[in-house]
Design a protein around this ligand. Structure first.
Ligand SMILES: NC(=O)C1=CN([C@@H]2O[C@H](COP(=O)(O)OP(=O)(O)OC[C@H]3O[C@@H](n4cnc5c(N)ncnc54)[C@H](OP(=O)(O)O)[C@@H]3O)[C@@H](O)[C@H]2O)C=CC1
Ligand SMILES: CC(=O)C(=O)O
Ligand SMILES: [Mg+2]
Length: 591
């Protein structure tokens, strides 16, 4: 190995092989075979060229019937495939026809997961070309049901499972993952999966789904994506009793035990993959999410999708909606149902943007924003008992016990649902909101569809067709009084793929709030007059790769401006550069 490396570097030895040398990290010697001391244990990695039967079973390289005659001959595939040779387009047509025959969304989900494990490029070709049709399958709402039933539908493991049993060995577990050059990790501990609560280890469906969007929507290579589930147990009694449950059968570890495992994971990731790997926290409960973000925000490239990605997408929707509802951001009054990660994250970014636009301090602009939690309106008299992330929102007001009371008292122009509880925007609430707003903006963000604060039909009907409506999970267009209303999807899926791509292409080492604002601005700019005419405040997902390239470019530009970009020199045209970096699912020809 030493001589090979020496040859590669023109004869100059770059490794310190002295007995003192420690096991190295980073990209040069990720697995430490080269610089380990004689006493240290190493992983016996072997590279081989896939051919024959193993080539057909390798999802990264398998092309099924699309292998050409020449490839079949030179890769020992003769006889292993029937004679027909087809194009990727025909494979796509056949699979879409088959998928459309399934009546049950979960069957479609399972068919898509099987495809991902059988032929990765074809999976991404389908997802990219049919994004609006397949997003509700690989993502919300179906992924929620898949997580609930993950144990029963489990066939082959996807992603990396790190449980309390691996305490002290997390670095070794990372080394078991077959890919070495990782750029994006999405990690969950499964405690707040969408609005479905604690699904423990079965939350794995979320990092897997999010990362498939990183590739399909943002163009990050699949091999650079690593889904991780940290299993510290579950407090979900139903799962603990479920014979098919795939996780640790114990109640959740908390306190120091929890913090230690998370810290070991964060340290091992940095040691193994270096400084520039993006770690996206996903669907952690809020009592851990804010702490983890604050703790690792200064030492790692971390991003909390539920707090920050959601904030960026909602701010973009609100800014775009101003064209329809009128006024500036600071002219509006916001009321949230739900004061957790999503609610307070969005509120803070809106207040920040208002402050930037008006030059009024953020402590003042926050006063335009009100939040309701399970105990009612967040007001000053509750301050002492509030969790830290709610305190900035405790304004002077008498106590109000519920949302209807808050709508009447505050008279918001914008109503945002981030409670995780379905059907909480009742007829009376929407009618009251519509009674003092010509065009109320209603965003029912909670996922999956069952947890949406109201349906599109309810929002349009109860506001007599005046509401501008967007929701976290998709709703079909709805006809009211002869007019078709198209609801937008206010989901962080618009942001995180492009945001992550922007970090990767600039080699950013830290995330900054200004990058969230940059992403938001890029998204809002993509809404066209044609979209506005349909009542949409987001562009269609069918344009998502172009949208992601623009978001990535704006985020990367901000990273360069802030001096946290390490990919130098800065490419002149960042949109073109982002596009040129995107993964294409088209089959490659094999020699
Ligand atoms: N569309 C999108 O892109 C995104 C959507 N979401 C969705 O938002 C929802 C919330 O997520 P997140 O913020 O992380 O969750 P959290 O658990 O952090 O916050 C939930 C908040 O809702 C409040 N709440 C719960 N039940 C009620 C109720 N009956 N009445 C009033 N308030 C209530 C809680 O109150 P208390 O604090 O008193 O317990 C808490 O403040 C989820 O459904 C999630 O799927 C999240 C991220 C992105
Ligand atoms: C969309 C998302 O991240 C959530 O609902 O948690
Ligand atoms: Mg989430």
């Amino acid at each position: 190995m030493e001589s090979t490396l020496k040859e590669m570097r023109g004869g100059e030895s770059v490794l310190d092989l002295s007995p003192k040398a420690t096991v190295g990290g980073g990209v040069e010697d990720v697995y430490g075979e080269d610089c380990a001391t004689e006493e240290q244990l190493v992983t016996p990695w072997a590279y081989s060229v896939a051919s024959g039967y193993s080539l057909l079973r390798d999802p990264h390289h398998n092309k099924g019937l699309a292998f050409t005659e020449k490839e079949r001959d030179s890769h020992y595939l003769l006889g292993l495939l029937p004679p027909a040779v087809v194009t990727q387009q025909l494979q796509e047509k056949k699979l879409m026809d088959n998928l459309r025959k399934y009546q049950v969304p979960l069957q479609k989900y399972m068919a898509m997961m099987e495809l991902q494990e059988r032929n990765e490029r074809l999976f991404y070709k389908l997802l990219i070309d049919n994004v609006e049709e397949l997003l509700p399958i690989v993502y919300t709402p179906t992924v929620g049901e898949a997580c609930q039933k993950y144990g029963s539908i489990f066939r082959r493991p996807q992603g990396l499972y790190i449980s309390l049993k691996e305490k002290g060995k997390v670095l070794d577990v990372l080394k078991n993952w077959p890919e070495r050059s990782i750029q994006v990790i999405v990690v969950t501990d499964g405690e707040r999966i969408l609005g479905l609560g604690d699904l423990g280890c079965q939350g794995m469906g979320i990092p897997v789904g999010k990362l498939s969007l990183y590739t399909a929507l943002g163009g990050v290579r699949p091999s650079a994506c690593l889904p991780v589930t940290i299993d510290v147990g579950t407090n979900n009694e139903q799962l603990l009793k479920d014979e098919f449950y795939i996780g640790l059968r114990q109640r959740r570890a908390t306190g120091q035990e929890y913090a230690d495992l998370l810290h070991e994971f964060m340290s091992a990731v940095k040691q193994n993959y270096g400084e520039k790997v993006l770690i996206q926290f996903e669907d952690f409960a809020n009592h851990n999410a804010f702490t983890l973000l604050a703790k690792y925000g200064t030492t790692h490239l971390v991003f909390n999708d539920d707090i920050q990605g959601t904030a960026s997408v909602v701010l973009a929707g609100v800014v775009a909606a101003l064209k329809l509802i009128g006024g500036t951001l600071a002219d509006h009054k916001f009321l949230f149902l739900g004061a957790g990660e999503a609610g307070t994250g969005i509120a803070e970014l809106i207040a920040l943007e208002m402050s930037k636009q008006t030059k009024i301090p953020v402590e003042e602009t926050r006063k335009k924003i009100w939040l309701v939690d399970s105990k009612g309106l967040i007001v000053n008299s509750r301050r002492e008992s509030l969790q830290h992330f709610k305190k900035p929102w405790a304004h002077d007001h008498e106590p109000v016990k519920d949302l209807l009371g808050a709508v009447k008292a505050i008279k918001p122009t914008v109503l945002i649902g981030s409670s995780g509880v379905g059907r909480t925007f009742t007829k009376e609430i929407i009618e009251t909101l519509a009674s003092f707003n010509e065009k109320p903006l209603i965003m029912a963000l909670s996922n999956p569809t069952s947890q949406s604060e109201c349906t599109a039909e309810e929002a349009y009907t109860w506001s007599q067709g005046r509401a501008i409506f967007a929701s976290g999970s998709p709703f079909d267009p709805f006809e009211y009084n002869g007019k078709v209303f198209v609801p937008g999807q206010a989901n962080n899926a618009y942001i995180f793929p492009g945001f992550g791509l922007g970090l990767v292409i600039s080699g950013a080492i830290r995330v900054h709030d200004d990058m969230l604002l940059a992403a938001s601005e890029a998204l809002a700019k993509q809404v066209s007059d044609e979209n506005y005419n349909k009542g949409l405040i987001y562009p269609p997902f069918s344009n998502i790769r172009k949208i992601s390239a623009n978001i990535a470019a704006n985020v990367a530009a901000k990273a360069y401006e802030l001096g946290v970009a390490t990919h130098l020199p800065r490419p002149a045209n960042l949109v073109k550069y982002a596009e040129s970096c995107m993964y294409s699912p088209v089959y490659r020809s094999y020699r």
